[in-house]
Design a protein around this ligand. Structure first.
Ligand code: NAD
Length: 492
């Protein structure tokens, strides 16, 4: 019998056993094997991390930015060295394919690379002689202790939308991974430890609601980043803001694709299938609704059904597998219930992915690609985030109707258009109410050089993760107005 380990926290440069009395399990979604026991850390442990981070801030903020980024250069090399192992860990605990996990780690590393440019990115502005003999400058200073609360679906990448920028700008940091997928961050913190960052600069707290609430309420935490579902995002945004903190909360999504009659159907189908079924539909940028316009309907519908049926589903570590399981049994049950609800709302179940039986992985949380056709545009299924490999098809007569439907949704994470018309593309880019737009792209994920721009109920706050938005989020501006009359300096 294998012994299941209980994960430690990392506080003040030390791995320490949690004093929690409640635990959850990290479970391999393909096999149902328990991978580790996760302590649901207490408010007292969050406080220990904050005390350590506050003490570390005193000298970390005085460390020149050119020195601070040296730790990130070391981290970049360590992440490259351990790239395959980290990707394998992501697949083990999260279920996506190994290729998808490698893609995820690549995106994480890119954020480290961008944050290595902090000595340039953190610069302020100045103007001589704003009045005669008076100079004015704006400088950026770090905030203090900041924290991130993460979702399950990108255990390697999402903390990196924030962490490298937070510490490079001189803050100290606390990471609270999703209790469903804590192993990737354990490994990444082992690498962070190897960079010899001063103790207390980075801290890892495993846990769930108690730890989150302690983060939201702690008076010494100045800024909080959150990525997860919209109801929790709203809760975190309001509670942290009520406590006077700077907050950025990325929420859920319901991403539409529009397919115009002049789209290249072969390319569109391939890209749309990757968007809807990649990562088993558990991306915040997964296509969830495809709206066909005019005579795109028949060709796209037939091609998508073919592609969906052919997708190879299984354990993401096995060769040739194109789609893994969903995260847990609860999620699988919920997704299957939503498929049933779609049918009850009048949709035709064109491809049924329920009752998936994957030989050798009978305990896994598998759902095969599923397509609901003629989904009611004003029904629940057209609007609810399913977060599984389910694509709803809706047909409309014009691009105007399609954009109107896109804009009627509560979310605004991503919207995509497939066309060969530049004019249609421009109209869509201009009018679509979403923060990430794809034109002949199915997963319009901003690279690390751009902010991850959700809108509407997909985002609460004003500065997003990644790039210059992250630099602004983790710094406060200070304006200095200076006068040095020359007759004050007698020595010259
Ligand atoms: P979730 O909201 O259930 O959990 C996210 C985090 O919040 C976890 O760390 C969890 O421990 C904590 N949490 C959960 N419930 C809480 C509560 N009641 N009080 C305090 N803390 C709580 O999200 P998830 O299921 O892990 O992730 C999937 C969701 O994340 C989807 O909705 C997806 O769209 C969204 N997501 C959004 C983005 C984006 O950029 N907009 C990116 C990835 C995922």
């Amino acid at each position: 019998m294998s012994i299941i380990s209980t994960l430690p926290n990392y506080i003040n440069g030390q791995w320490c056993a949690s004093s929690a009395t409640n635990y959850s399990n990290a479970i391999n979604p393909a096999t149902a094997e328990i991978l580790a026991q996760v302590p649901l850390s207490t408010a007292a442990e969050v406080n220990q991390a904050v005390v350590a981070a506050s003490a570390a801030f005193v000298t970390w903020r005085r460390t020149p930015s050119t020195e601070r980024v040296q730790y990130l250069f070391k981290l970049k090399n360590l992440l490259e060295e351990h790239y395959e192992d980290l990707a394998r860990t992501i697949t083990l605990e999260c279920g996506k394919t190994w290729a998808e996990s490698k893609g995820e780690m690549r995106r994480a590393i890119e954020n480290v690379e961008v944050a290595c440019g902090i000595p340039m990115m953190m610069q302020g502005t100045n103007l001589e002689d704003i009045a005669t003999g008076i100079d004015e400058m704006m400088i950026r200073q770090p905030l203090g202790v900041a924290a991130v609360i993460c979702p399950f679906n990108f255990p390697g990448m999402i903390p990196f939308w924030f962490l490298p920028y937070a510490i490079a700008t001189g803050n100290t940091y606390i990471v609270k991974p999703s209790e469903k997928v804590p192993l990737t961050m354990q490994k990444i913190f082992q690498l962070l430890e190897k960079t010899s960052l001063p103790k207390g600069v980075i801290n890892l707290i495993n846990g769930a609601k108690e730890a989150v609430d302690a983060i939201l309420d702690h008076p010494q935490i100045r800024a909080i980043s959150f990525v997860g579902s919209t109801p929790v995002a709203k809760y975190i945004y309001s509670r942290a803001a009520a406590n006077g903190k700077r907050v950025q909360c990325q929420g859920g999504a319901k991403n539409p694709l529009i397919v115009l009659p002049d789209a290249d159907i072969e390319m569109t189908t391939r890209i749309a299938a990757d968007s809807a079924f990649g990562c088993a539909g558990q991306r915040c940028l997964a296509a969830s609704v495809a709206i066909t316009v005019g005579n795109a309907r028949q060709s796209f519908t037939e091609a998508m059904a073919e592609t969906a049926k052919k997708r190879v589903v299984g354990n993401g570590l096995d060769k040739g597998v194109e789609m893994g399981p969903v995260i847990d049994v609860r999620s699988k049950t919920r997704i299957e219930a939503l498929i049933q609800q779609g049918i009850e709302e009048g949709a035709n179940l064109l491809v049924d992915g329920r009752k998936a039986n994957i030989s050798g992985y009978e305990q896994g949380n598998f759902i095969r690609p599923t397509i609901l056709q003629d989904v009611n545009p004003v029904g629940e299924i057209a609007r609810t985030e399913i977060f599984g490999p389910v694509l709803s098809l809706i047909h409309l007569d014009s691009i105007d109707d399609a954009i109107a439907l896109v804009n009627s949704g509560q979310y605004g994470n991503m919207a995509c258009l497939f066309t060969s018309s530049g004019a249609a593309a421009r109209k869509f880019r201009y009018e679509a109410e979403a923060g990430n737009i794809g034109i002949n792209i199915g997963v319009a994920a901003p690279m690390a050089f751009f902010p991850f721009s959700g809108w509407k109920e997909s985002f609460f706050g004003d500065l997003h993760g990644q790039s210059n938005h992250a630099v602004e989020f983790f710094t406060q501006t200070k304006v200095v107005v200076e006068r040095w009359p020359s007759n004050w300096s007698r020595q010259f």
